[in-house]
Design a protein. Structure first.
Length: 84
């Protein structure tokens, strides 16, 4: 059975991969979305909106999110806080 963190990571990767039709296996934690995959601000905002809806969290504009791991770490930390 997957741990909560693994479930969150899998869902975050699914949402990111859906945004640009990228195979989830290509999205490694240190993958820089802009440099590696050509994501622009609109793509990142789309991901943030989707993550906020799915996990019932708020991701402020000032949070530095550049990599897949940044998204996973932020969502994991805040989704778990909201769940407890």
């Amino acid at each position: 059975m997957l741990s909560i963190d693994k479930k969150i990571e899998k869902e975050v990767v699914r949402i990111i991969s859906k945004t640009k039709k990228i195979q989830p296996a290509r999205l490694q934690p240190d993958s820089n979305l802009e440099k590696s995959f050509g994501f622009d601000t609109v793509d990142v905002v789309d991901i943030i909106i989707e993550l906020e809806k799915n996990f019932h969290i708020i991701i402020p504009d000032e949070v530095p999110i550049n990599t897949v791991g940044d998204f996973v770490d932020y969502v994991s930390a805040h989704a778990l806080k909201n769940a407890s």
